[in-house]
Design a protein around this ligand. Structure first.
Ligand code: NDP
Length: 275
């Protein structure tokens, strides 16, 4: 019940697995590799064991609300909460994918924005004092922000945007994409980019709320970009290895006790980036 605990979503491969590996080496406490598929997750835990590293496993499909609430109940019951949460799970359609844009918009936003938000809704109340929350966004979300119509940019950057307003904007993008009207609505042609613009904005909103509602708990919540990383998503030509991609999220997950920043920022290469 008393041991510290770190939880990583989408931990069975790619950057998520590299984050789990780094946390096994550096985090003082139990590290949970979570994955939507039990076999893939347990195989990853075993591969870490063969390197002499001990991770625990819990099933967690962020697209399945029952899976989220079951995992949240488990961490509350077994550990009294969570110290470090890394929302790493995400998807992207390949450049050459011919799936209609309307479908790409709905499916991409579902995982990268709406399901990650469900994770935050159910796990933020479990984050212990001194906790760290890291949301894997992307530099693509920052580029996409700049390509949105100025009124949209203004809302994403504003100090008073609420979670409800953001959810409404993300839903509007999906609805407009389904009608083939997203460009008329002021959005660029990238579902992945919009999903990450939304995730970075959500991170800023939730950090603001934590500061207001739990001012003495010292929780730090940030969004980050891992860089362009060689994974199934990033492709073989990418610049960084998964281990290099894990550096910034792990830095944010392990910000030392008493640190007060960064908080509510978008961080890349361990540096706060303009939004
Ligand atoms: P991968 O495709 O290699 O891995 C994605 C991981 O997310 C897999 O473990 C996958 O599980 C998991 N996942 C997908 N959907 C769900 C779900 N519904 N529930 C639980 N897990 C899920 O991608 P990367 O490692 O490259 O990406 C990790 C994160 O980093 C993503 O959020 C991505 O957007 C972000 N990112 C990556 C960049 C890159 O260059 N690679 C650049 C910028 C950001 P499964 O194996 O079951 O499919």
């Amino acid at each position: 019940m008393s041991s510290r605990v770190a939880v990583v979503t989408g931990g069975n491969k790619g950057i998520g697995l590299a984050i789990v590996r780094a946390l096994c080496k550096q985090f003082e406490g139990d590290v949970y590799l979570t994955a939507r598929d039990v076999d893939r997750g347990q195989a990853a835990v075993e591969s870490l064991a063969s390197e002499g590293l001990k991770a625990s496993f819990h099933q967690l499909d962020i697209n399945d609300l029952n899976s989220i609430t079951a995992a949240a109940a488990f961490f509350k019951e077994k550990h009294g909460g969570v110290d470090v949460l890394v929302n790493n799970a995400g998807i992207a359609f390949g450049m050459a994918d011919t799936t209609p844009f309307a479908v790409q918009a709905e499916v991409t936003l579902k995982t990268n924005f709406f399901a990650t938000r469900d994770m935050l809704t159910h796990f933020l109340p479990l984050i212990k004092a001194g906790g760290r929350v890291v949301n894997m966004s992307s530099f693509v979300g920052s580029q996409t922000l700049k390509q949105c119509r100025p009124e949209l940019q203004q809302r994403f950057r504003s100090d008073d945007i609420t979670e409800d307003e953001l959810v409404g904007l993300m839903q509007r993008f999906v609805d407009e994409a389904k009608r083939g009207e997203h460009k008329k609505g002021g959005w660029p042609d990238t579902a992945y980019g919009v999903s990450k613009t939304g995730l970075t904005t959500l991170s800023i909103i939730l950090a603001r709320r934590l500061s207001k509602e739990r001012p003495n708990d010292g929780i730090l919540l940030n969004a980050c970009c891992p860089g362009w990383v060689q994974t199934d998503m990033g492709g073989k030509r990418a610049e960084k290895s998964p281990e290099e991609g894990a550096v910034t999220p792990v830095y944010l997950a392990l910000l030392p006790p008493g640190a007060t920043e960064p908080h509510g920022k978008f961080v890349s290469d361990k540096e706060v980036q303009p939004w």
